[in-house]
Design a protein around this ligand. Structure first.
Ligand SMILES: Cc1cc2nc3c(=O)[nH]c(=O)nc-3n(C[C@H](O)[C@H](O)[C@H](O)COP(=O)(O)OP(=O)(O)OC[C@H]3O[C@@H](n4cnc5c(N)ncnc54)[C@H](O)[C@@H]3O)c2cc1C
Ligand SMILES: NC(=O)c1ccc[n+]([C@@H]2O[C@H](COP(=O)([O-])OP(=O)(O)OC[C@H]3O[C@@H](n4cnc5c(N)ncnc54)[C@H](OP(=O)(O)O)[C@@H]3O)[C@@H](O)[C@H]2O)c1
Length: 629
């Protein structure tokens, strides 16, 4: 067998090992100077100290973090608390009729765990089953997650450099404290659904449902239904209940663009969802062909950002497409078309709502649509704008989530609860209502990363590539803390403030700020900072600031590849010697069997070391000729 030169554990000449570690005290110190000498720990450069990391939540974000932590990090002790009785977050909770991803499934999955999907856009139960399978394959729940445990508060102790995390076991009711060096907040952007504030809602005696809290035993057959909202959830619900129910009253209180589906080019007829046939399923078994297919679709999604830029040709195309869709499909209800089709904000200002079958259902005879705010709910139904009561059996609130990005639990640092920063921008040094650094950390909050905080690219395509980027970014920070004896790291106020100013200024170029225009000639007439669209990107307010990434998704992913440590305030464990991690002057590679001549590269092919030694034996060489020049 050919000798190999490729293993690290070889006791060979190419990869010699140094086996004796010098211990503290195994040296003589010349000229000790206790006044000026600093403390040097007996530590190898590159040593990773153990860090305890508490993760909040086990949706896609938590799960991706576990995977990358296992694959790319070491010496991390991970404990995740999950308030639900199972993992999966969004896809465990959202089970309304028609609930599906609107990003094609083959790119709405972990790129490191492709699956065979049944449909182009999969329904919620299949997506949840996939997440659960990934968790089971990796035994993540056993290893890291305490289910039905809700984190109630986080408090940072500057002296110990630790978080105190208050947790409630939702089954037993027991409350306890845990501690960690670092917190990774994966509690989700769309994880706090809310009831609409409508007088009488609580008096309703029929079935009251929220899209994110669906009772799956509800039978809608021949029922009279009130459906509130016209966001992505309602747009999926209406066509999916239409055939069962006897009557639907629906409220579209703000105008909406019904848009083309995401990656429509690869979808079924007219952008419709489809089931993969046998041959198509077969392609999933060929990893290269499958990857090429994913890249085609992802490539298409990655070009979408240009339509957000005000005045761009793709934006004009998007308006033309949506105008045509809406005019064609609502031609039977011209008065409704006039009331729901926007005339004063661009496509994309609100999150695009690809509405397969929505407009058709809206035009159907069973539907009565109101375009004003529902004012009163009664025990039996609701009062319409003419003051007439209508009885309904079921009220469905597809009215969305708390998207203020205000922390949903107290996060206390040096006695200040960070939630006060959101309550009044004057309370925080950035002066912003969402003092978030690059969507992933909070100004002045140490040892804390949030996946998809304010200013995340929430409207830019699949969430999965983002959670990979957040995971890698977090692991870079953790590794630096582990290897450089860092006690705490937090974004600088200046870096955060200037990022927010940049973002807010840039966003004025985009549809998200809702620049006004006259629809008929598509000419911009005013340039307001905020426009008339209400959107969850602005916390559900027309006059809110859009807290969204100021650039494309690729722009975001590339930026996150390397942590800009210059934007962080770093505190070291030894505040007199930030270089303590240089330690005893040796590197880990000198002790762990690594290649200690790595910088010379490696032979490309296996070599016979014995032969080399034999041939190159100095004793066999020719004697020097002393008179040589
Ligand atoms: C109906 C719907 C459809 C969507 N479709 C798409 C789509 O097509 N494409 C797309 O890219 N995105 C889509 N999204 C966005 C979706 O939320 C993300 O893609 C993704 O699933 C978010 O994962 P996450 O892990 O960050 O958050 P979540 O899935 O929300 O998970 C957060 C987890 O944290 C837990 N948690 C929260 N608070 C606490 C606490 N205090 N203590 C302990 N645990 C806590 C929750 O129980 C939950 O399990 C959709 C969202 C909704 C609501
Ligand atoms: N992939 C998918 O297909 C999919 C499906 C569902 C959800 N999602 C994600 O989840 C996000 C949230 O979607 P969502 O539809 O649940 O919420 P949403 O987009 O915030 O829409 C909520 C709707 O309810 C209306 N509303 C709120 N309060 C109301 C009230 N008091 N009376 C009447 N109407 C009221 C809103 O009107 P205003 O606009 O006037 O405020 C809006 O039309 C989406 O943008 C998307 O990111 C994705």
């Amino acid at each position: 067998m050919a000798p190999t030169a490729t293993t690290n554990s070889d006791q060979s000449f190419i990869y010699p090992q140094i086996n004796e570690a010098p211990r503290g005290g195994d040296f003589y110190l010349n000229n000790p100077d206790p006044e000026n000498d600093v403390n040097i720990p007996d530590q190898l450069l590159g040593t990773k100290k153990k860090l305890r990391v508490i993760v909040l939540g086990s949706g896609m974000s938590g799960i991706n973090f576990f995977k990358f932590a296992e694959d790319k990090a070491s010496n991390l002790e991970i404990q995740c608390y999950e308030k639900n009785e199972d993992i999966g977050g969004t896809w465990l909770e959202n089970r309304y009729p028609g609930c599906a991803c609107d990003i094609p499934s083959v790119v709405y999955q972990f790129p490191w765990r492709p699956a065979s999907w049944s449909k182009y856009y999969s329904y919620s139960p299949e997506i949840w089953k996939y997440v659960k399978m990934v968790a089971e394959e990796n035994d993540f729940i056993n290893k890291y997650v305490k289910l039905a445990h809700e984190v109630k508060s986080l408090a940072w102790d500057e002296a110990t450099g630790q978080w105190t995390v208050e947790v409630k076991d939702l089954k037993s009711g027991r409350e306890f404290k845990d501690h960690s060096d670092f917190v990774v907040n994966c509690t989700g952007v769309l994880n706090k659904w809310k009831w609409p504030d409508i007088p009488g809602l609580r008096d309703f005696k029929g079935t009251l449902l929220h899209s994110a809290q669906w009772n799956q035993t509800t039978d809608l057959k021949n029922k009279r239904v009130a459906l509130l909202g016209a966001g992505s959830s309602a747009v999926q619900i209406l066509p999916n209940i239409y055939d069962q129910v006897s009557q639907v009253y629906t409220w579209i209180r703000s105008k909406i663009w019904i848009t083309a589906g995401f990656a429509q080019k690869f979808a079924g007829k007219d952008g419709a969802n489809f089931t993969y046939n046998e041959e198509q399923q077969g392609l999933f078994n060929n990893p290269d062909e499958y990857k090429a297919y994913c890249k085609m679709i992802e490539g298409e999604l990655n070009q979408r950002f240009s339509f957000i830029i005000n005045g761009s040709a793709p934006q004009r195309d998007a308006v033309d497409y949506s105008v045509n869709e809406m005019k064609t499909k609502l031609k039977e209800k011209p008065e409704l078309l006039e009331k729901v089709m926007p005339t004063d904000f661009f496509v994309g200002c609100r999150r695009p709502t690809p509405g397969n079958g929505y407009l058709e259902a809206l035009a159907g005879e069973k539907v009565t649509a109101y375009t004003s705010q529902l004012q009163t709910i009664t025990e039996k139904g609701f009062i319409d704008p003419n003051g007439q009561e209508h009885e309904v059996d079921v009220i469905i609130c597809a009215t969305g989530f708390d998207t203020s990005y205000k922390p949903r639990l107290p996060i206390t640092v040096n006695g200040t609860d960070m939630r006060t920063y959101w309550e009044d921008p004057k309370n925080n040094p950035t002066g912003s209502p969402a003092p978030t650094y690059l969507s992933l950390a909070l100004a002045g909050v140490p040892n804390y990363i949030i996946f998809a905080g304010a200013y995340c690219p929430s409207a830019h395509g699949s969430f999965f590539p983002l959670v990979q980027a957040y995971s890698d970014y977090t692991l870079q920070i953790l590794e630096k803390m582990q290897t450089e004896n860092i006690k705490s790291i937090r974004p600088k106020i200046r870096a955060t403030t200037q990022f927010l100013k940049h973002a807010d200024t840039y966003l004025k170029r985009t549809a998200w700020t809702g620049k006004q225009f006259t629809f008929h000639n598509k000419k911009a007439i005013t340039n307001n900072e905020t426009g008339p669209c209400s959107s969850w990107f602005k916390g559900g307010k027309k006059d809110g600031k859009p807290a969204i990434w100021p650039g494309s998704r690729l722009h975001f992913l590339r930026l996150l590849e390397k942590v800009r440590f210059e934007d962080f305030d770093i505190e070291y464990e030894d505040d007199e010697n930030m270089w303590s991690f240089l330690g005893n002057g040796f590197h880990v590679c000198e002790r762990d069997g690594s290649d200690i001549t790595w910088y010379l590269g490696k032979p490309e092919h296996p070599v016979d070391e014995k032969k080399i030694l034999d041939v190159m034996d100095g004793l066999k060489g020719k004697d020097l000729e002393l008179d040589m020049p």
